[in-house]
Design a protein around this ligand. Structure first.
Ligand code: NAG
Length: 358
């Protein structure tokens, strides 16, 4: 290598370190100002603020710490109505008149570290669609896309990320017998299926993540229909998980109580805990405020209500909107508490510069 080339390399290295953007740095409008695609930051303006570099992806707790603990010892960022994506073209060719809850594709959500997807599924047009409802039915104006397309995106992610686990939580209005099972099979997802028989029934720990990865049992699916656990082998969510109230009633500071379908949060016979924190009607410009202190406080409130258990899933709208750390910081909090009793997972690593503040 000639001197010229070496100098050139050194200049590139130097310019990288000089341009490393930090969280809350001012930016113009370009994500490049925040260090580009792989920096974990992007340029965003919360309501009327100046644009700042804010987080755009979750910490991978398996890579940062390890994956040798039971599945229920980790926290996962979860998108509420993951399919209700703003600016997605209409698939029915009829303009959509229905709330949106997210703004990037399922593929991008997964790429950015989302590991729980809440999906509402309906019989529609001789197929199964992702949809919002009026009275339990999907309509042209509330339909998003056929479920098969989303399942293909999930399959592609699991296939190219062999150490990752994805949880799907279905609000299930599908009556077609084996309708869901057929789609899971047709999209190649059965090879990742985590069997109901291996799910703890009485408050025991889940299998180790490392074992789930070794066995390739990396897709967990829950349904809201009790009978499908027997008929199709899809786990009935409320046998395994407690969940707080969703919507506006679930955002009342200092209060955390179960939604109707769930056992009380303190029921430790269910090994998983899910915290919802989003409005009944999503208001996009306010999402960056709600994905902030109110959310962090609610995680603590729900921890206390859930017999001192930190949530495994934190379900939010517009997950990338924040005034700094947002939902990614919330997930770091959960993993920190779950893995090493610190309020940030970065403090769990020996030699870390992040202090353990708990
Ligand atoms: C994995 O991390 C946890 C939490 O820090 C720790 O208790 C455990 O010993 C680690 N396991 C291995 C095999 O390193």
């Amino acid at each position: 290598m000639g001197l010229h080339v070496i100098t050139h390399v050194l200049i590139i290295i130097a310019s990288f370190s000089i341009s490393t953007a930090k969280i809350l740095d001012r930016c113009s409008t370009s994500n490049q100002d925040c260090g580009g695609l792989d920096s974990g930051l992007y340029c965003f303006s919360c309501v009327t603020d100046d644009s700042k570099c804010v987080r755009s992806s979750a910490t991978n707790q398996f890579k940062l710490v390890n994956d040798s603990l039971p599945f229920n010892k980790y926290g996962f960022l979860t998108t509420h109505n993951a399919f209700a994506i703003d600016h997605e073209p209409s698939r029915t060719r009829i303009p959509r008149i229905t709330p949106k809850n997210q703004e990037d594709s399922i593929t991008d959500q997964l790429k950015n570290g989302v590991r729980g997807l809440m999906l509402d599924v309906y019989d529609f047009k001789d197929d199964i669609w992702l949809c919002h409802s009026f009275g339990g039915h999907c309509h042209d104006i509330t339909a998003f896309e056929p479920l098969v397309d989303t399942l293909k995106e999930i399959e592609a992610f699991l296939s190219s990320n062999p150490s990752e686990i994805v949880t799907i939580i279905l609000e299930d209005y599908v009556d077609t017998p084996n309708g869901l099972t057929n789609l899971f099979r047709d999209t190649g997802l059965m090879k990742y299926w985590f069997p109901v028989a291996s799910m703890p029934k009485n408050g025991e720990d889940w299998p180790l993540v490392s074992d789930m990865v070794a066995k390739n049992q990396r897709l967990i699916v829950f349904t809201s229909v009790e009978s499908k656990e027997k008929s199709e082998g899809i786990a009935y969510q409320w046998n395994y998980m407690v969940e707080n109230q969703y919507g506006d009633d679930g955002m009342d500071a200092g209060k955390c109580f179960n939604r109707e379908e769930s056992s009380v949060l303190s029921d430790t016979r269910k090994s998983l805990v899910l915290v919802n924190y989003f409005r009944s009607i999503p208001i996009k410009p306010l999402a960056c405020i709600q994905n902030s202190d109110g959310l962090f406080n609610m995680l603590q409130t729900c921890h206390d209500a859930a017999a001192n258990r930190w949530a495994n899933f934190v379900a939010v709208d517009y997950y990338k909107r924040s005034n700094g750390g947002g939902t990614f910081r919330a997930t770091d909090l959960l993993n920190g508490e779950l893995l090493c009793n610190c309020n940030d997972v970065h403090a769990c690593v020996s030699g870390s510069t992040v202090a353990c503040n708990s």
